[in-house]
Write a protein that binds this ligand. Structure first.
Ligand SMILES: Cc1cc2nc3c(=O)[nH]c(=O)nc-3n(C[C@H](O)[C@H](O)[C@H](O)COP(=O)(O)O)c2cc1C
Length: 217
């Protein structure tokens, strides 16, 4: 363990991003979010759509996992999942979430908080029908977050669905699969800067306006 810590200390590095100020960011945080996602795409971040979604269960314990941002509305962002999964169940008892993007290539982090709500079945179906058939089969075959006896049982479930829908497409979107819209109430844009004096600009929703603050690093 000491060796790992020594190694991690030896690769400690300076952060050298450009200054981020209340004046340099967009007035609308969604604009700022999409401008940074665009920068991440241009910097060839491998999966710029990936974000860590944190939820809190009915037992008051937090958990986190990666999901993909797959849509946007005027007031929030959308990801898709199995509604019966651990995260789906968490969101029934507590809809509040925290989301983290971290792009090491840009020394940037974005933190988001909000409230998740299911989108309509029709909207989920529309998205589902545009996914590759293999992904549709997996979504139907996988009881996400459930315990699986072994890999083979998973492959058998996939093969059974594949057989059932041979020559058919697109497949019906399962009732327990769909999108969550995260209605956002705060954003924080973090830019790594020299000497650990990083820039943090936070947007907080107040009535219908966004209040901007600079936070200490
Ligand atoms: C890069 C990446 C992208 C992922 N995207 C999704 C996604 O969009 N939706 C999803 O349900 N799971 C996605 N996953 C899998 C989740 O991280 C997680 O394993 C799964 O949703 C089960 O989480 P839960 O048991 O906490 O509900 C992704 C994983 C990775 C590493």
């Amino acid at each position: 363990m000491d060796e790992i810590v020594n190694y991690l200390n030896s690769v400690r590095r300076e952060y050298a991003g450009q200054e981020l100020t209340k004046d340099s960011v967009a007035e609308n945080p969604f604009k700022q979010l999409f401008s940074w996602i665009n920068d991440a795409v241009n910097a060839q971040v491998l999966d710029p759509a990936a974000m860590i979604l944190s939820t809190v269960g009915s037992d008051n314990k937090p958990s986190a996992r990666t999901v993909l941002i797959r849509g946007q509305e005027e007031n929030g962002i959308i990801f898709y999942t199995n509604y019966d999964s651990k995260k789906g169940q968490d969101l029934v008892s507590n809809p509040y979430v925290a989301i983290t993007f971290f792009w090491v290539e840009l020394d940037r982090q974005i933190l988001i908080t909000g409230r998740a709500e299911k989108i309509s079945y029709e909207a989920s179906q529309k998205y589902f029908s545009n996914r590759p058939k293999e992904s549709q089969i997996s979504a139907i075959a996988s009881n996400q977050s459930g315990i699986v006896k072994n890999r083979k049982s998973l492959e058998d479930a996939y093969a059974a669905i594949e057989e059932k829908y041979k020559g058919v497409g697109p497949l019906p979107c399962p009732e327990n699969w769909g999108g969550f819209l995260v209605v956002i109430d705060s954003f924080e844009f973090w830019q790594g800067r020299p000497s650990r004096l990083h820039d943090r600009i936070r947007y907080t929703k107040e009535n219908n306006d966004w209040k901007l603050d600079r936070l200490a690093p």
